[in-house]
Design a protein around this ligand. Structure first.
Ligand SMILES: Cc1ncc(COP(=O)(O)O)c(C=O)c1O
Length: 400
């Protein structure tokens, strides 16, 4: 339609939201559907955080705030970066947005010029290439293959860098693969980045606290302090504190960039919800003991899902370091026909037939830039996961 902006033609709506909606529709129509598409913890927001929000309302903390966050939240974020990441960010180096997504969006809008390239390791979170394209930049995808745990190495990174490269986006643990980069692996990437001072690093550490089996989370500005001046360290409360609906994300970075992010935000949403900001202060300053407890629950679910999927014909499921996703290969099912008579040619065929025939909603790997795979979010009850994996086993067992 001529009325719509040209930029809209460059992007597509989120595949993960599309699957969630389709599952919701089928459920509303009375179908027995297990949704494993959504990327949010099934846990409730902890009581102390809810109480802080209720107190904020009662105390009248319901007005506009500084666009990029109240001083109390910036102080809590600064303390968090020091305590957990050994990174020093002063309040004027911190910005708070309506979710980590808005912070990433603003950072790209504030920096991209037409033709600027952004290196995005695949499989990637669906929004990165779309936001880059919306901002007029060029996403440059490099594959982290299954054989290297879905991670990129220094050679692949160096080969992708051109004089037009503006950003590298890192996301560890990763959505969708759950892959986590070790300190040594980040060190190797940092050594390449030190040679190319024009490249900035946007590190999305949203799943920092969801790591298993003693995996130690690291973030690149801490691994290589020489990159601190060109790194934006993005994080948020959505995943660690089960606060997806509250919409608070934040970042630490160089003053000039942080200011530019605030400028973009000042002309769109202004401040994130004042009530949510007070809730986030409590999340970051309050007790942290449920974080490892939740991670332990996620680990048990991961173990269950990985084990059950590896018993399904034609599925190979690697064991990821973190987040709450697994990213199994369905290569062994392609070329076969389902019980319902559908020939599976792609991972999209696989997930469509799985939803129609067994009522299990997952997302095709191609949406995350790597096929033939699919993503399962195991942030749901153990019973639902057992039932879903049993159905996947039956679906695969019936392939001919
Ligand atoms: C890798 C990654 N980054 C960022 C986000 C956005 O999180 P928020 O809820 O803070 O906007 C998500 C949410 O799914 C994510 O998976």
């Amino acid at each position: 339609m001529a009325f719509l902006a040209d930029s809209l033609a460059r992007i597509k709506p989120s595949a993960t939201i599309a699957v969630t909606n389709k599952a919701r529709e089928l459920k509303a129509a009375g179908r027995d559907v297990i949704g494993l598409g959504a990327g949010e913890p099934d846990f409730d927001t902890p009581e102390n955080i809810k109480e802080a929000a209720i107190a904020a309302i009662r105390e009248g903390k319901t007005k506009y705030t500084a666009v990029d966050g109240i001083p109390e939240l910036k102080a809590a974020i600064s303390a968090k970066f020091k305590r957990e990441n050994n990174l020093t960010y002063a309040p004027n180096q911190i910005t708070v947005g309506t979710g980590g997504k808005q912070v990433l969006y603003n950072a790209l809008m504030a920096t991209l010029n037409p033709g600027d390239e952004v290196i995005i390791p695949a499989p990637y979170w669906v929004s990165y290439p779309e936001i880059v394209a919306l901002g007029g930049g060029t996403p440059v995808e490099i594959v982290g293959p299954q054989s290297s745990g879905f991670k990129i190495g220094p050679e692949a990174l160096e080969a992708a860098i051109t004089p037009k490269t503006k950003w590298l986006i890192l996301n560890s643990p990763s959505n969708p693969s759950g892959a986590g980069y070790t300190r040594t692996e980040l060190r190797a990437l940092a050594d390449v980045l030190l040679k190319y001072p024009q490249v900035w690093i946007m590190t999305d550490d949203m799943y920092e606290h969801l790591v298993f089996d003693g995996f130690e989370f690291s973030t690149i500005a801490e691994v290589e302090p020489k990159l601190y001046d060109r790194t934006l360290t993005v994080n948020g409360v959505s995943k660690a504190y089960a606060m997806t609906g509250w919409r608070i994300g934040y970042a630490g970075g160089p003053v000039e960039l942080i200011k530019a992010i605030g400028t973009i935000q000042s002309q769109s949403t202004s401040n994130p919800s004042s009530i949510s900001q007070w809730a986030a202060v409590e999340a970051l300053n309050g007790p942290q003991d449920y974080i490892p407890k939740n991670a332990e629950i996620f680990k048990k679910r991961r173990d269950l899902v990985v084990s059950m999927l590896n018993q399904a014909n034609g599925i190979v499921c690697p064991n990821p370091e973190g987040a709450f996703y697994v990213f199994p290969s369905c290569a062994g099912t392609l070329g076969k026909t389902t019980a319902g008579g559908k020939l599976l040619k792609t991972d999209e065929d696989f997930v469509t037939a799985l939803l129609e025939e067994e009522g299990v909603a997952v997302v095709q790997g191609s949406a995350f830039g790597l096929a033939p795979y699919f993503r399962i979010s195991y942030a749901t009850s153990t019973e639902a996961l057992e039932e879903a994996c049993t159905r996947i086993q039956r679906f695969c067992g019936n392939l001919r």
